[in-house]
Write a protein that binds this ligand. Structure first.
Ligand SMILES: NC(=O)c1ccc[n+]([C@@H]2O[C@H](COP(=O)([O-])OP(=O)(O)OC[C@H]3O[C@@H](n4cnc5c(N)ncnc54)[C@H](O)[C@@H]3O)[C@@H](O)[C@H]2O)c1
Length: 321
């Protein structure tokens, strides 16, 4: 298949790129190397594929309509079979500082891409939503049947908006739109702002880790390889025209348990800098993954401890270069 993959240089995007190329697909990747974190990290995520004749990289901002001229030029009149849209400004807390930037990068960019899918007659559109759409819903595990009209951060509201836009385009133009609600993804190349990456770095360096709240907040952590398997499952899904689908691990880990696991794997005690709970953070996330299992056989395989071990192993390999 020929696939347009957005956010291809990011954490989840670059792993998806690895898998698509390994499976023999042709990928047109788009990324604007957003300065949210170091460009060098994103460049390193994809550098092994730059010489591949089945990978074309387009640097461009999807919120800017001129980027689609570049995409069309690259395509040369042969439309992709599907779009996997992972580009976004990610992160809950920074969205409170820059709500307009998030609206532009997440909502306007998604609408531009849906318009492109409509114009090019592309019939499969998979995109990254987020567990944050569930807000502070106390009824866990969270099911796709639950109400998502109460997001509590600008980031979460952009993801709800993308889900609604997706419904419009599936209804009006018959595009199969699948919104994948990822639950805290971790593993090699994880974004440096995310807790596991940050905590491992600080604990290894013997520096204090910022811990918000009393450690009882819970997250459903999902290992990157399981997420990519879910993305690929949805890419080949040929059922109904519009679905939102949880991709999680179906298990929760408290913040204190997460720190204890890192301490055990790294072999060093953490120095805790206890701070107040942050606005926009939700107390718990927990995915019911029955639907993903039913639609395309999704079944997470990696336990939290195994995943942390794989992350720490990857980091030590990076440091040894
Ligand atoms: N990592 C998680 O735990 C998690 C959880 C839920 C949802 N998500 C979603 O998954 C997707 C991927 O997240 P990630 O963790 O890999 O983040 P990431 O920041 O590593 O990757 C996103 C990529 O998109 C690019 N990008 C941003 N704005 C763009 C624009 N306007 N045009 C073109 N490219 C743009 C960035 O440069 C980056 O390389 C995002 O949509 C995110 O919201 C991630």
């Amino acid at each position: 298949m020929k696939i347009l993959l957005t956010g291809c240089a990011g954490f989840i995007g670059s792993h998806t790129l690895d898998r698509l190329l390994a499976d023999g697909h042709h990928v047109i990747g788009v990324d604007n190397f957003d300065p949210f974190y170091d460009r060098a990290l994103k460049a390193a995520n994809i550098e092994q594929h730059l010489d591949s004749d089945r990978f074309d990289l387009i640097e461009g901002d999807l919120a800017d309509p001129t980027t689609f001229n570049k995409i069309n030029f690259q395509l040369g009149g042969s439309a992709p079979d599907a779009i996997i849209h992972l580009a976004a400004k990610a992160g809950v807390r920074p969205s409170i500082e820059d709500p307009v930037g998030y609206q532009r990068a997440n909502v306007i960019a998604t609408q531009n891409l849906l318009e492109f899918a409509k114009d090019e007659g592309i019939k499969q559109f998979v995109f990254a939503s987020s567990s944050s759409v569930y807000g502070v819903n106390p009824n866990v595990p969270w099911s796709e049947k639950h109400d998502v009209s109460g997001p509590i951060s600008p980031y979460a509201s952009t993801k709800v908006s993308c889900e609604l836009l997706g419904h419009v385009y599936s209804h009006l133009y018959g595009i199969r739109v699948l919104g994948l609600r990822f639950f805290t993804v971790y593993g090699p190349r994880q974004r440096p702002d995310l807790a596991i990456n940050k905590f491992v770095r600080l604990i290894e360096a013997g520096e204090p880790i910022p811990v918000f709240g009393d450690g009882s907040t819970r997250r459903d952590y999902t290992f990157i390889e399981d997420i990519v398997t879910g993305i690929l499952g949805s890419l080949h899904y040929q059922g109904s025209n519009y679905e939102v689908i949880n991709l999680g691990n179906d298990q929760t880990v408290t913040l204190s348990e997460m720190i204890a696991t890192i301490e055990e794997v790294v072999g060093k005690k953490a120095i805790i800098d206890r701070l107040p709970q942050q606005p926009g953070d939700v107390p718990q996330t927990w995915a019911d993954v029955t639907k993903a299992n039913k639609l395309f056989g999704y079944k997470p395989t990696i336990t939290f401890k195994q995943g942390v071990e794989k992350f720490v192993q990857w980091r030590s390999e990076q440091l040894s270069f």
